[in-house]
Design a binder for this molecule. Structure first.
Ligand code: DX5
Ligand code: ZN
Length: 215
């Protein structure tokens, strides 16, 4: 299982310390949530903060854009160190063009689906994707309750990926803990994002190792 702790729940007054904790943990990627106050009702942080995180990070940056018009910033996210760049299906009118643009900038391309969006909308583009991010909460905030329908979406998506021959990874974001993580692992998830469960725990590094042990 790939584990991608979300820095949305880190201590913003101690970003370097928290990134170094992740460097020394069994985390695989660093999940970075960008919110614009338009696509979602919250604002998180932007390019200069990601550039600062990347100065300390020794692991791939898994950047989740919750913004409208992501095409406009693809080159900028490459510059600040994004390895995976994930855009929302609901924010992209010309999704195929956006995915091509991300690939032209030599990043892995992901598409995120809100809880109400069926996985079937990706059937014509699944072979072009490196990652699908299933939202198991409504995007915008950490610490929300897991929406259980996400588990069935993972199963359906797994089937679509296998039948199409796509090599896309399935990542889940929102309300992930050891209990929901187990359900998701059984359904076929490849990667789990966890924010509050990791950073609010007594020993974040151990929590990451526990999540990593889910199979
Ligand atoms: C929510 C973000 C998540 C968030 C998850 O919009 O996309 O990545 O950090 O937080 P938890 O794990 O606390 O639900
Ligand atoms: Zn996220």
């Amino acid at each position: 299982m790939i584990i991608s702790p979300s820095l949305l729940s880190c201590d913003f007054a101690n970003i370097q310390r928290d990134v170094e904790m992740l460097n020394n943990s069994s985390a695989d990627w660093l999940h970075i949530d960008v919110m614009d106050g338009v696509f979602v009702p919250n604002i998180s942080f932007g390019l200069p903060v990601i550039e600062a995180m990347n100065r300390h990070a020794k692991k791939p940056l898994d950047v989740h854009l919750m913004i409208v018009n992501p095409d406009q910033y693809v080159a900028d996210f490459k510059k600040v160190g994004a390895d995976y760049l994930t855009v929302h299906y609901e924010a992209c009118t010309h999704l195929h063009r956006t995915i091509q643009l991300i690939h032209q900038h030599e990043m892995k391309a992901g598409v995120a689906l809100n809880p109400h969006t069926p996985v079937e909308v990706l059937s014509e583009i699944i072979c072009d994707l490196d990652l699908v991010l299933i939202m198991s909460v409504n995007p915008g905030f950490g610490g929300q309750k897991f929406i259980p329908q996400a588990v069935e979406k993972v199963r359906k998506l797994k089937k679509m990926i296998q039948e199409s021959g796509s090599s896309a990874l399935i990542e889940i974001d929102g309300g992930v803990n050891l209990e929901t993580g187990k359900l998701l692992a059984d359904a076929g998830a490849d990667a789990l994002v966890a924010g509050s469960f990791v950073f609010n725990s007594v020993d974040p590094s151990k929590t990451i190792a526990d999540l990593k042990g889910l199979n």
